[in-house]
Design a protein around this ligand. Sequence first.
Ligand SMILES: [Zn+2]
Ligand SMILES: [Zn+2]
Ligand SMILES: [Zn+2]
Ligand SMILES: [Zn+2]
Ligand SMILES: [Zn+2]
Length: 551
Amino acid sequence: MKLDIVEDLEQDSVPDEEPGRDVFTCWVCTSPGLDSSEFYAEMRYCGQEHRELHHPPDHEEPWPFSVREKDSVGRYLVAARDIDKGELIFTEKAIASGPNHTLVENHCLNCLKKMENNYRCSKCAWPVCDEECEIGENHSIECATLAEHKDEIDVELLLEKSVLYWPISALRILLLSKSNPGTWSIIQRMMSHSDEQKNKLAWSQYKVHLVDFIRKTCGLGETFTEAEVEHASGVIDVNSIRLATHGHGVYGMTSIMSHSCLSNTKTIMNEDGSVDVRAVLEIKRGQEITKSYVSSMETTQIRQKRLSSGWYFMCQCIRCLDPLECLSFASALACLKCKEGLILSSDPLDPEAPWYCGDCGERREAGAITKLNNYFLDAIIEATDDCMGLDHLLEKATKMFHPNHYIPTLTRIKLNTAFLKLSARNPNQAETEILMRRKEFLDDIHQYIEAVEPGLTQRRGLSLFERGVCHLQLGRELFDKKKFGKEDFRELLKNVIENLEDCLECLEHFSCGTQLEDVNFKAGAARDDAELWLEQLEHLQELEAVEHQEN
Ligand SMILES: [Zn+2]
Ligand SMILES: [Zn+2]
Ligand SMILES: [Zn+2]
Ligand SMILES: [Zn+2]
Ligand SMILES: [Zn+2]
């Protein structure tokens, strides 16, 4: 397959990288940077409080990052020294957290759990679980303000209209800022894209139920201008991270991390609502520390669309600039005309740019490519859990797309789940066949994940687990049925053990409230199982060798 067109394109489309510059204000807020770090001279602080965020008093060293700035992205983090794979880069508590806007039924304002009853706070009449949650840390922030304006707020009507939870997070940020100017200064420094927000369709509703609610109903109009409330709301929209329970939180350091579709960190949510950011790859001094705001599984065109509608920018990372997406082939199509070449976008950063075959020059319009992708995405959803339907789709998809394209990959992911469910419904039926099919899918999926989410990522850990366990089961089946020699089985066991060790390293730190806790435990058990089998097998081989000698 010739890829001349790709090389030509890369040469003229890589934009000149904008050099970053030092930040002369405080690293985290809008105040002047009066003081600097003894460790990393480029880090400036407005005072003790914001120094301690970067250099906790009980730590010998500050967190290993410094902050730089570019016009195109604002502030971003860079490694202040070499950072090891797996190393903790920083941990932080939320500045504020609150319920998701989308909540429609009774959810407790304090713990965000879905409520079984219709309990209401005795002071403000808003939904909380019980007396304990009434005086909880989170709800206490707004309870007095809401109670003061109790007569003007019809909680039940707002709940019915599904807008009750809209103002809470912004209200919390503003109330916390009122009592602590340092917090407000951090919030003011964050990106909010409030102008873009105001162009959104739902804005008129937000104006009523969020901005006016806070300024007029809650009487904060004298303290915060309309622009300030809009900014707080925008900060939440652009910077918040999803919590384990129906809520989101705004985090100061995390929000400074810039985006890359091949990011070098993972964000781990802890039980107490704090987050840990860890390196998934080695990060060299001076290198940008990045986080992926969107799923790395999808094609450049889908990621770019999500990034521009949610964060209002075009990603220019190496994966986005490369029509082959770092050899993942996530968006490459097969050329049906010459049956040899790949059809690739002539400019991945331009959603309208035409696509061409690198071999025969066949041209396809961007709109037609999007249509084709959407057709398959709809069909995959339609065929959920239908092994035959999905199989048929996979066969079609591997002809139209590069076999590693996102669409066939997604089909394999769904097929793996569908086959798992099938064998759970019919235990002991066609077990080996199903395992063989699943092994095929999982190997292909894993190859894709290695390209798009390398390093100690949680997704890669999960994939190593599923693949390792499937290999182990299949190996045992084949060995039991004498279809697999001892030597082959031994090789397989060694590979599985290695894969599961790798998996355990990826999942050593995982977000609470996810399936990963369970997977982590099961991966350890599967590794122990494989080790036991290997031991027994080796023992058996020794015995046989002795027998052989004796004869
Ligand atoms: Zn500061
Ligand atoms: Zn509660
Ligand atoms: Zn209350
Ligand atoms: Zn990108
Ligand atoms: Zn062609």
